[in-house]
Design a protein around this ligand. Structure first.
Ligand SMILES: Nc1ncnc2c1ncn2[C@@H]1O[C@H](COP(=O)(O)OP(=O)(O)OP(=O)(O)O)[C@@H](O)[C@H]1O
Ligand SMILES: [Mg+2]
Length: 304
């Protein structure tokens, strides 16, 4: 099966007037997104995420390199009807919500009665039914983002490309969107989303890439990235928490991290103190910790 989305050695340089002040937003960037996965595309402000997404959607051309979406070159018009897209900044026409979502469905070749049924369904799943007659252009920011998601989902796309889909949403809406995206994935579709909500990405992404200064700095299965091979988390019972540096105690259980190479010694120590080991697991790091390590390269100027 072809990849759902693929960037190959892509470079994008933005140039000002007369080629002044060039900015290299993507630097020999390659990435392959497989069908059926939720892929989290992360990176600090200015990393190049929106640039990559806009190139994939065919809004602009790369300086060098190429890519494909659902087996066709970027910008292919027929592929567009199989893709749902949500922009970073959603701008909506001043039309009633339901009519607007119907309009996007029709644009992608949908016709009644399916169009009608599907429009109602997505409005309902995003809790927009109550505002379906209101002017979309005059809604609150979070509501506008939900309408943006509704228009991305209405044609039941095989690939969803979402640039920060939950940035304006309140917590209940975030939970609803998370469940919606998991359901879309379970129906066999692919989701490529950029986000700064790392805890959310941790919960739903099968794989993640961390982009920094136009290059991939980390790529892998989310579970593998979060699990440290070098450190273990141990839980013991019957010992004083002061016995191990950084240990925390809860009821009778004492939890602490050790280097994998020090596992035997730590177990011996617990036993010699008259305690017992309850559990040993790979230590988990948060995506936020990994993100901070990668982006806090000393001496680098922040991008604007
Ligand atoms: N139209 C443009 N003209 C010139 N430079 C641009 C343009 N669009 C983006 N850039 C620059 O390209 C770099 C990457 O920007 P991009 O918007 O792709 O980042 P991003 O990862 O989406 O960031 P954010 O998390 O803030 O949305 C930045 O240095 C930005 O200033
Ligand atoms: Mg962006």
């Amino acid at each position: 099966m072809p990849p759902a989305l693929e960037f190959e050695h892509m470079t994008k340089e933005y140039r000002g007037w007369f080629g002044r002040n060039p900015v290299c937003a993507l630097d020999d960037f390659s990435l392959r997104v497989e069908p059926g996965e939720i892929f989290g595309f992360l990176g600090p402000n200015g990393a190049g995420k929106t640039t990559a997404i806009h190139i994939a959607m065919g809004f602009m051309r790369p300086t060098r390199g190429s890519g494909q979406m659902l087996g066709q070159a970027f910008g292919d018009a027929r592929t567009r009807s199989r893709v749902g897209f949500l922009a970073e900044t959603v701008a909506l026409y001043h039309r009633p919500v339901e009519r607007l979502v119907r309009f996007y469905g029709a644009l992608n070749g949908m016709r009644d009665p399916q169009l009608q049924g599907r429009t109602r369904e997505v409005l309902e799943s995003l809790e927009l039914t109550d505002v379906s007659d209101r002017n979309a252009g005059k809604l609150s920011r979070g509501m506008i983002q939900r309408v943006g998601l509704a228009q991305a989902l209405v044609n039941d796309p095989d690939l969803l490309v979402l640039d920060e889909p939950t940035s304006a949403l309140d917590p209940p809406a975030r939970v609803a969107v998370r469940e919606l995206l998991l359901a879309v994935r379970d129906a066999g579709k692919t989701i490529f989303l950029s986000s700064h909500q790392l805890s959310e990405i941790e919960l739903i992404s099968d794989r993640v890439a961390i982009l920094h200064r136009g290059r991939i700095r980390r790529l892998g299965r989310t579970a593998d990235l979060l699990e440290s091979r070098e450190r273990l988390q141990m839980v013991a019972r019957g010992i004083d928490p002061g016995a191990f540096e950084g240990a925390t105690a809860s009821n009778e259980y004492v939890t602490f991290d050790v280097l994998a190479s020090a596992q035997r010694a730590a177990i011996g120590r617990v036993w010699s103190l008259g305690g017992e080991i309850v559990r040993v697991n790979p230590a988990r790091r948060s995506l936020e910790q990994i993100f901070m390590e990668i982006t806090q390269d000393a001496g680098e100027e922040p991008r604007r």
